[in-house]
Design a protein. Structure first.
Length: 175
């Protein structure tokens, strides 16, 4: 049974996101063989989150996948992205803290998502700290370039926030 389920799961994964009808057909077969398979549930969550934009349904698939395997390294990164897009910031923060403890997880991606979380909370200094921490886990130049770009973007947000709130030093006018 496991070989058949894996065959359909990999077929679904191979078709995602370009051939969704084939992907869904294979994914439904995979879930019919093993309705508790965390990877298949995660992929179904991704379809609902990334394609359909039905975050509540996606969250239920991700939560179910986490229930069946709390150490699965694929589910948290996609679940966190879904939570951030749905503005469930507190829940995303808890999942990020948990995900950082999972052995083998891509800490670069999780720390980058933590930066996005802090950015959404308008905590730009914390967002910069997360990006600096993510540098330790970057594996190639493109990852470092992405971090530099994000840091510049957050710096510009910080400057814009100062302009909007009037926290920038004002010049004294001569009276």
């Amino acid at each position: 049974m496991t070989l058949t389920k894996n065959k359909y799961y990999f077929e679904a994964l191979d078709n995602y996101p370009y051939y969704l009808s084939e992907c869904l057909e294979a994914l439904n077969y995979a879930l019919s063989y093993d309705p508790e398979d965390p990877d298949s549930l995660c992929l179904m969550g991704r379809i609902h989150s990334e394609i359909v934009k039905d975050y509540e349904t996606a969250k239920s698939y991700f939560a179910e996948a986490m229930q069946y395997n709390v150490t699965n390294i694929n589910t948290p990164q996609h679940y966190i992205k879904c939570l951030l897009e749905n503005e469930d910031l507190e829940e995303a923060g808890k999942l990020i803290a948990y995900a950082m403890k999972i052995k083998g997880i891509d800490k670069y991606k999780i720390l980058t998502q933590q930066s996005v979380l802090n950015e959404r909370k308008l905590e730009f200094k914390k967002a910069q700290v997360s990006l600096r921490e993510a540098r330790k886990y970057a594996r190639d130049q493109s990852m470092l370039d992405l971090l530099k770009t994000r840091q510049k973007f957050i710096k510009s947000l910080t400057e814009n926030k100062k302009k909007i709130t009037g926290k920038k030093k004002k010049k004294k006018s001569k009276a």
